[in-house]
Design a protein. Structure first.
Lengths: 290, 697
């Protein structure tokens, strides 16, 4: 369980990091919290020739308020997000989801940028990004590129990042007034990757659903919004029948896989149950009656 | 110098000696050892469950930069014998008391012609770092021809044969019987038959295993550091395998980060690493990583039981039959003892006249199976206790009641069980009040009636509460032996060494308590040396929850021998009669005349050989003795536990009665000579008649 040989760089500025990335070619990998990358190196499942450790790079960590959105630096630790009052207030969906990520020591090292760039289909952060239509701010020596979440997560462990690009920040739109959000998931043991998880955010105006966001983790190769289920809810009161119909729609539309942890059929069943739970809490938090 | 505690140290909470270094990060584990010129070993391990090794070529691996040596299993097999087993042969007492057929396969140190489980090593590489060693492992050219994997223990006999020399995947069968089970079962008014599965366990100590070894060419001797519970056993196998005198091999366990039984026997790496150190003339260290540990460190349990009981309307069990299969994995490093231990514990605290137990051990393509904490007992208790509950349910009887009706009452003690123990000796439960123990446990959670009322009320609210009972009787303080050497050294300190190997239990503290009380000295004046073969000629190790009992007995006995000498020398120095002397506070004084005393240090100087010796005429020099405690057999401990759910706000109570080895085995040869020692010990610690209870909510 030791990685094969690699060259190691620990740049201290973003420019230096981007130069190294550009000059090293596709053989280079960025090392953030290392909670996903180090295990795959140790199992020799990945063999990058160059590691660029961005833990010392200044200016790419921290939670900033940018008016209608939060700007969260890529190197912000998941633990910082979990305990941030700003996030709890302005992006409660991200806040709740982060609590489901792994265990405390892992969240203390792991970063939001690492989780997005890693694009594990069972990871919570990408599901939140998809639901909230987050924007991925990417940099390379060539300049900046802003990628919408919908276009960022391409497939299992695959993103739209080019080899010379680094994710520097994630922009998360703030929750509108009168909206509620909830994240529900099932894992066999606390801290495990989810068998299935659902992210939901509902905005109510005069008791009617004015905006609905549903996405999931563990239920397809990459997180997507479940537009059909959202449509079912729009303009309705988000009453139990509508929630049930939306949940059935998510279950039908999702694309789960079966593995040693759970069959595809069981995950589909979980999709329905988790959607129901997430929507019911989101509606309650939005101020809708139970 | 602090004074001796008047009440002694046993039974009191004293600060753990080992904690200071462990809490300050000053502990040292195998992975902390750095030896000059050391190379690092890594093993190539099978990723297939069952395959023939068609071809293997280490040339490319050996040529990797930084590689010092590479060796495959076949080459090693030509130089080193398979690992010796502990119980490949059955204990003497089994000959007439347990029907058995045992043909356990020997385990090659590394796979030479076929691999039999995922994780089995087939080659080893030593290099200047573990990283380079693993690079070289990837450069091994090996060709496997996959064989069908045997995974289901119940159909293992029809599967591909793992060990052609043994000729069958059913490698052992054991049978014991008492009474006439067939008749009693047929005549019983009720019969229940159930299947129970006790799954496979994998111990996960914080520290994985590890071995380091250094060979000294000048003295032709080996020093081996192993994260093990059995240093003397490792030395024995190693010396035998390498053809060396045992005294030329020193095995020690530095700090060990847990074991749970998973480090309780000799593993191939314990022999391979020292072999490599001698072979290449450089220190070698291997630190097992977590991935290796999960695949390769022994697993445990893994039984399937088909059990049947016959009982009458009153709930009395008239007959009990159990037939179970043990999935041993690819080898059986500790033999059939643990399987039989399950049978030996099936009757538990109950009086059942007709019993038959049959065990079949099979080999499958899984990690080898060896005893963990409990060593076969939890498997037995699960079966018996579930049957009790099921029978109670069938009769509409309280689960506590059916147990009480079948329990062996205190008036029957000592109770001859009618079956041999795993050591071959007929089992006798020595003492205890089992029904009282169960009654107390049930009382601790408020009694059955109150619980039923609460249960009914909760059910009306849609909540389901449960009551769980578990009772068992177990053999404790098992042999075959443990050793201890006790000395009073020139400084006057009491130096104790024993074969126990601590893995986190606090042995250094426990044996200091025992020794301080035996000698009536302040605990600071006791030096405890553990897990080092150089300090004790013969030892056994920490297995089977037995170290406090067996090591303490040996320490007590050796102390008695040395104390006799101490008194003789003191009497000589004080010109007093031994009968008038007493030992206290690190000195021997004439009773009632405190001024007339000599310190242990002065006595040690007087007892030393040489021109300045002042010992009595004709007595042997030195204050040192070694004793080996050989328990005649086990003693019996019992506990009943009751717990109510729901979990989280549940409550549980446990009540136990424990006896000490040698304490209450009437007429046993050691019982009398140990009695004085044990009385001190028992009165202050567990106490045979003391019933402790614990409740939590
Ligand atoms: C036991 C365990 C349980 C876990 N459970 C969960 C869970 O339940 N849910 C969950 O979501 N995650 C889980 N994880 C993963 C964990 O949350 C990781 O921390 C996270 O996925 C990756 O973050 P990181 O900062 O550690 O990234 P790293 O491991 O350092 O990197 C991950 C990948 O992203 C790339 N990368 C990192 N940062 C950037 C960047 N700024 N720009 C471009 N590429 C970048 C790296 O090159 C690498 O390919 C678990 C991990 C463990 C070990």
């Amino acid at each position: 369980m030791k990685p094969p040989r690699f060259d190691y760089h620990a740049p201290e500025s973003l420019e230096e990091a981007l130069d190294l990335l550009a000059d090293s070619g596709p053989d280079a990998r960025i090392l953030a919290g290392g909670q996903s990358l180090v295990p795959v190196l140790n199992f020799r499942l990945a063999r990058p020739g160059v590691l660029i450790d961005i833990n010392r790079v200044t200016g790419i960590a921290g939670i900033g308020d940018a008016g209608d959105r939060l700007t969260i630096g890529a190197m912000t630790r998941q633990r910082e997000i979990e305990v941030s009052e700003t996030v709890a207030r302005a992006a409660p969906l991200l806040h709740e989801a982060t609590g489901h990520v792994a265990h405390l020591p892992i969240r203390s090292r792991g970063t939001i940028g690492g989780s997005m760039a890693n694009a594990d289909p069972a990871a919570e952060d990408p599901a939140v990004a998809a639901a909230l239509e987050a924007t991925m701010v990417c940099r390379s020596r060539r300049g900046e590129r802003r990628i919408a979440a919908a276009g960022f997560f391409v497939d299992v462990l695959t993103t739209a990042l080019e080899p010379d690009e680094m994710l520097v920040a994630v922009e998360i739109p703030k929750i509108p007034a009168g909206a509620g959000a909830a994240f529900a998931e099932i894992s066999r043991r606390d801290g495990d990757f989810a068998l299935a998880g659902v992210a939901a955010q509902i905005a109510l105006a005069n008791g009617r659903v004015s905006d609905a966001r549903i996405s999931a983790c563990g239920l397809g190769p990459a997180p997507v919004r479940f537009r059909e289920a959202e449509e079912i809810l729009l303009d309705g009161a988000c009453e139990p029948a509508a929630i049930a119909a939306a949940a059935a729609s998510v279950a039908a539309a999702c694309d789960p896989h079966g593995d040693v942890h759970a069959s595809a059929a069981y995950r589909r069943q979980l999709a329905e149950a988790m959607t129901r739970r997430a929507l019911a809490s989101a509606r309650e938090r939005a101020g809708g009656s139970a | 110098m602090t004074a001796t505690s008047p009440d002694g140290y046993i039974g009191r909470s004293v600060p753990r000696r080992e904690d200071r270094r462990l809490l300050l990060g000053q502990g040292a584990y195998v992975a902390d050892l750095v030896l000059p010129g050391m190379v690092h070993a890594a093993f190539a391990r099978s990723q297939l469950a069952h395959a023939r090794i068609a071809a293997i070529d280490l040339a490319r691996a050996a040529a990797e930069p930084g590689v010092a040596f590479a060796l495959d299993g076949a080459a090693l097999a030509r130089e080193m014998p398979p690992i010796g087993g502990m119980q490949v042969t059955a204990p003497k007492g089994w000959a007439e008391r347990v029907e058995h057929r045992i043909g356990l396969p020997p385990q090659n140190l590394m796979a030479s012609d076929r691999v039999r489980y995922v994780g089995e090593a087939f080659a080893v590489v030593c290099a200047d770092s573990r990283y380079t060693a693993e690079d070289a492992i990837e450069a091994i050219d090996v060709e496997f021809e996959p064989l069908p994997a045997v995974v289901d223990p119940e159909t293992a006999k029809e599967g591909e044969i793992l060990h052609p020399d043994i000729g069958s995947n059913a490698v052992a069968e054991l049978h014991v019987e008492k009474g006439d089970v067939a008749r009693a079962m047929a005549a019983a008014p009720h019969r229940i038959r159930r299947r129970f599965r006790h799954h496979r366990y994998a111990a996960m100590p914080l520290e994985c295993r590890g071995v380091a070894a250094e060979y000294d060419r000048r003295t032709d001797s080996l020093t081996v550091w192993s994260s093990t519970q059995v240093v003397h056993w490792v030395r024995k196998e190693l010396a035998a395998a390498l053809g060396m005198a045992e005294e030329k091999v020193r095995v020690l366990a530095p700090d060990v980060g847990g074991g749970f039984g998973g480090k309780g026997h000799v593993y191939p790496e314990d022999l391979i690493i020292p072999y490599l150190a001698r072979r290449i003339g450089r220190p070698v260290r291997w630190v097992e990583d977590r991935h290796e540990h999960i695949l390769n460190a022994a697993h445990s349990r893994d039984n399937i039981h088909e059990a049947e009981i016959g009982f009458d309307d009153e709930g009395r069990i008239l007959a009990f039959r159990d037939r179970f299969v043990v999935d041993s994995g690819a080898y059986s490093p500790v033999g059939a003892g643990v399987a039989y231990n399950t049978t030996a514990h099936l009757l538990g605290p109950y009086h059942i006249e007709n019993f038959s137990g049959t065990t079949e051990m099979v080999v499958t393509n899984k990690t080898p199976n060896a005893p963990y904490r409990g060593a076969g007992r939890p498997e037995a208790t699960q079966v018996t206790e579930r049957l009790m509950d099921i029978a109670a349910d069938a009769l509409g009887m309280e689960p506590a009641e059916i147990r009480l009706r079948n329990m062996i009452g205190p008036e029957r003690m000592p109770y001859a069980v009618g079956l041999p123990y795993r050591d071959g000796v007929p089992m006798t439960y020595d003492s205890g009040d089992y029904p009282e123990s169960l009654r107390r446990a049930v009382d601790e959670i408020g009694g059955v009636e109150a619980f039923r009322a609460r249960q009914e009320a909760a059910r009306a609210e849609g909540r389901w509460l449960g009551l769980g009972l578990g009772c068992y009787t177990e053999g404790t303080g098992v042999g075959p032996f443990e050793g201890a050497t006790v000395k009073v050294d020139a400084s006057g300190k009491i130096v104790v060494s024993t074969g126990a190997c601590p893995i986190g239990q606090g042995h250094e503290t426990v044996f200091a308590q025992v020794t301080a009380d035996a000698w009536k000295v302040p605990i600071e004046d006791v030096v405890v040396l553990l897990a080092d073969t150089s300090t004790l000629t013969m030892g056994y190790g920490s297995i089977a929850s037995r170290s406090t009992v067996t090591s303490s007995m040996a320490i007590g006995d050796a102390s008695d021998k040395v104390k006799a000498k101490v008194l003789a020398v003191a009497a000589h120095l004080l010109e007093a009669s031994e009968a008038d002397l007493e030992l206290a506070d690190g000195r021997v004084a004439v009773k009632g005349v405190a001024e007339m005393s000599v310190t242990l240090r002065e006595i040690a100087a007087a007892a030393a050989p040489g021109w300045l010796s002042r010992r009595p005429e004709g007595s042997e020099a030195g204050l040192e003795a070694t004793s080996y405690y050989e328990p005649p057999t086990v003693t019996s401990a019992h506990a009943s536990s009751a717990s109510r759910t729901p979990a989280g706000c549940g409550s549980s109570a446990m009540s136990r009665c424990t006896t000490l080895a040698g304490w209450s085995i009437p007429g046993s040869p050691t019982a009398r000579s140990r009695a004085g020692w044990c009385r001190v010990w028992a009165a202050r610690s567990t106490n045979r008649s003391n019933t402790t209870s614990r409740a939590s909510c």
